[in-house]
Design a protein around this ligand. Structure first.
Ligand SMILES: *Cc1c(COP(=O)(O)O)cnc(C)c1O
Length: 498
């Protein structure tokens, strides 16, 4: 069987006497062990370490690495995560000695090249968002949310306003209420719009403005909203929603995880957002996943700029008309949220992406992502219909409800069986507002041939026997772990300050 060696533990592969290297005898005179480690802390027996030759170790780890699915090995339509291809050129550029050998304690005058890059990144992010002030510090999207909520809290504190509530729609990513709760706010969840059977389905799945009006008041600090939302739909009434919040003195936060659908087409700053985060590891091709470093810069309106975490790179002209980049700490800063300048390695990859594509290319990437998602939505619709609207943006949420009711085939069954066909599954059971949700995000970097092959696999799978599907995957090295049902209470009401 392929990769059998990788599924065994190193201790199982161990063979007495095998060695990877022979060390020369030490020429340092023996030191009595007791002088170094008191006897009560010394082990009484030699630890049992695996005994292996170098090729055993190398094969073990290389084979293990091939058991993982990744964007480099498989189609990976994991909705909401934007698992687009990470160009290898960006990897090479981000490893140039001039970049990796810089020490963060070097003075600003000493790292002008890097500061120029970070400054230009700030400028491009500001331009794409329509929000002028940027902090590159946060290490991921969720971290950006938390940082922006701290900024909002500092702003209201400064104004002497006691605002305690953060409002978000039911389709929100779990990090939104989590960030709000961590920042000490009370979380209010809004029901989305629902269309009754027979009504135009394209009206469902949006922020319900009446619901929003009911909840917004002078205690509202922030309305957090993802646009396009997690159903892959553009919130058409976003400007009206923003006005409702602004009229009550609150701020609007745009969760920018779905910027891949709108970059270069429309801007959060233009449709009412006061603050937002980017996920550089999603939208701008930083590698994503496995807990690796991410990057979640935030952009805010001018009146919030003073509260941002620093350092922020600023540009001035010297007396001899030379460009000079300085590191600035905003006057009312909430303080650092990350060491030094954030995860610079990921920012460099994002920078390479934006510079490579240029302004027109960024827009075209979004358009291709939308085209791919709509194509996949259409060719899957006969088996996995999507309840929300005729068209989607860069992703869509289909439902396996009919298959579950009629044949007992669940979204989880399809997801697990896809692994046997060599495809990473879509996101399942999120967003929670769709029963048996399967959320597909093909991204712009996939060909029509890949999307067709994926659709063929899904069609083959749903024609299979339900019992056979319940025990999938059948060829993966690890079988299905026990399932945990996703639940979330419809209204979250953490008290402030917990
Ligand atoms: C991924 C995602 C987040 C969180 O971003 P991380 O970078 O994973 O912390 C927040 N909101 C939405 C809609 C997301 O898809």
């Amino acid at each position: 069987m392929r990769n059998r060696q990788a599924t065994q533990l190193l201790s199982e592969l161990s063979h007495p006497g095998r060695r990877a290297a022979e060390f020369p005898k030490s020429d340092v005179p023996d030191w009595p062990l007791e002088d170094l480690i008191p006897t009560e802390f010394q082990a009484t027996s030699t630890p049992k370490l695996p005994e292996l030759a170098e090729p055993d170790v190398i094969r073990h780890f290389v084979n293990l690495s091939t058991l993982n699915m990744s964007v480099d090995t498989h189609f990976y339509p994991l909705g909401s995560c934007t698992m687009k291809y990470n160009p290898k050129r960006h990897e090479r550029l981000s490893r140039l000695p001039g970049i990796v050998d810089i020490h963060p304690h070097q003075t600003a005058g000493n790292i002008q090249g890097m500061l120029e890059l970070l400054y230009e990144m700030q400028q491009m992010l500001a331009e794409i968002s329509g929000l002028p002030a940027v902090s590159l510090q946060p290490a991921a999207g969720a971290h950006g949310e938390l940082t922006a909520l701290f900024v909002a809290a500092a702003y209201f504190r400064d104004r002497g306003e006691h605002r305690t509530k953060v409002i978000f729609p039911a389709s929100a990513h779990g990090t939104n209420p989590a960030s709000a709760a961590m920042a000490g706010f009370e979380c209010i969840e809004l029901k989305g719009t629902v269309s009754t059977p027979g009504e135009d389905p394209s009206k469902s799945g949006f922020v319900d403005l009446e619901e929003l009006r009911r909840h917004v008041d002078d205690k509202t600090a922030v309305f957090m909203v993802t646009n396009p939302n997690t159903l892959g739909l553009f919130e058409k009434e976003i400007a009206v929603a923003a006005k409702i919040v602004h009229d009550a003195g609150g701020l609007v936060y745009i969760d920018g995880a779905n910027m891949n659908a709108i970059m270069g087409i429309t801007r959060p700053g233009d449709f009412g957002g006061d603050m937002m985060h980017y996920n550089v590891h999603k939208t701008f091709t930083g590698p994503h996943g496995a807990g690796g470093p991410g990057s979640g810069p935030i952009c805010v309106r001018e009146f919030l700029a003073d509260y941002l975490p620093g350092p922020i790179v600023s540009l001035r002209e010297t007396e001899s008309q030379e460009k000079r980049y300085d590191l600035v700490i905003p006057p009312k800063t909430i303080g650092r949220v990350r060491s030094f300048f954030g995860n610079v390695g990921i920012l460099v990859r994002g920078y390479c992406y934006l510079r490579t594509l240029g302004a027109a290319g960024v827009r075209s990437a979004a358009e291709m992502a939308i085209l791919n998602a709509n194509y996949l939505k259409e060719i899957l619709a006969d088996v996995l219909p999507s309840a929300h609207g005729k068209h989607c943006l860069h992703e869509f949420v289909a439902s396996a409800e009919k298959l579950a009711k009629e044949r007992g085939i669940t979204a989880m069954d399809i997801a697990k069986r896809l692994l046997d066909f060599g495809f990473h599954p879509p996101t399942v059971y999120f967003p929670l507002v769709v029963p048996h949700a399967m959320m597909f995000e093909p991204t712009e970097t996939e060909s029509k041939a890949t999307l067709d092959a994926f659709s063929d696999a899904i069609h083959k799978i749903v024609a299979e026997d339900a019992d056979f599907l319940h025990t999938a995957p059948h060829t993966a090295p690890v079988s299905r772990p026990e399932e945990v049902k996703a639940t979330r209470s419809p209204v979250l009401t953490w008290p402030v300050g917990t």
